[in-house]
Ligand binder design. Sequence first.
Ligand code: 5AD
Length: 445
Amino acid sequence: MNERDSEAVAAMLRARGYRLVQHEDDCDIMLLNTCSIRDLAEQKAIGKAGYMAARKKRRPQFILGILGCMAQNRGAALLDLLPDVDLIVGTQKFHQVPGYLDNLRAARAAGMPVGDTIIDIAEEAGSQNTIRDHVLDERQVTAFVSIQQGCNMDCTFCIVPKTRGDERSRPMDDIMVECRALAERGVREITLLGQIVTSYGRRSAGRQNAHAGGATPFVQLLERLHEIDGLARLRFTSPHPRGFKQDLVAAYGRLPKLCECVHLPLQSGSDRLLRAMNRPYTRESYLQIVDALRRARPDMYFSTDVIVGFPGETEADFAQTLELFEAVNYDMAYIFKYSIRSGTPAATMPGQVPDAVKEERNQILLRLLEKNSRRRNQSLVGTVQEVLVEGPDKKGLRYMGRTRGNRTVHFEATERLIGKLVPVHITRATTSALYGEPALAGVEP
Ligand code: 5AD
């Protein structure tokens, strides 16, 4: 989500005549888009901002901005830590950044004193509709599209309702226009983004389309996107298990462009902890969703988010998480050590877990994940996988693309194959990547 928001700001700036530079050493303006999900993310951003602010001693005209969640969360208080920041812009004001930069530069050009910080962390109705511009490389094959912002679930550990605000969805027609334009520019795969995409359209004005034909607005959106010529693959992140209803499960049987790859945040496998987290599902109902999805698509890939060391987590609670983690057999997971976010209910709950225990549980899950990922990747050796070719890999030695299950594949190819769906014969696997050879007879014309 942050990458996408940054891209949209970059696109707006480019349209105003600003230029993106390759190296941070070369920039006259640096905008840091920040994350507040854990303390570590904020500390990293503060460290980076401090490092960049030191540049002002040599180059007083250098402009430093802090955008996004940490700006929203801390506002003017950031100036106590970072007095030299010029711009602090919250999560509903990304589209104001170009104007603010123009103002800052004009003020300086007119000889006004450097040092007045522009701060805007207000709410703005309709701000979700402003994240729509893209910085596309000439041969870009995949894109993110923001469909919804904010979250009303109030999980007790989570800062997002505070930093991102209430759930707001973009109109379906606007999303269609954006996605059609992307497809026309050669994009083949779109990942829909939102803090809670399964709530898409639930709170929209009028709600006239809610549940039309038995389908939720999110499934209606998937169905419409599925009709776009040129688009070959659809993904989305993140859903909430509560919103993963039968109509969405059924969509996997009906919409072939919808990749059989689901990110389904678990957080904990203990019902007691799920209640304390204010996550309205149980391990049983979670497993029912997994089973239903595996029935719809037996080759389904699953990824998840898990928090270890939530306040009050006992050995028995963790054992339940471990057992469920093993049962689902995740292909990928983000495992987080619980981080106190001040202002959230869990921050003051009794039974805060010592860091060493969090770390131990983290390592146990990571080891299990590695075993599972390797096993799944090994099972693909000898098969032919449909790969969407994205371009040269990082080392520039080979080409890379991803399978429908979102596994990275490296193989010999030519530029001509960029943007094509190519069957690749998998010859080798590691935990994180696959290697293979294109079976060129099957390449798309
Ligand atoms: N501590 C640790 N992890 C957290 N997450 C959200 N809040 C916290 C926190 N306070 C994780 C959740 C969520 C993901 C985006 O970040 O697992 O799904």
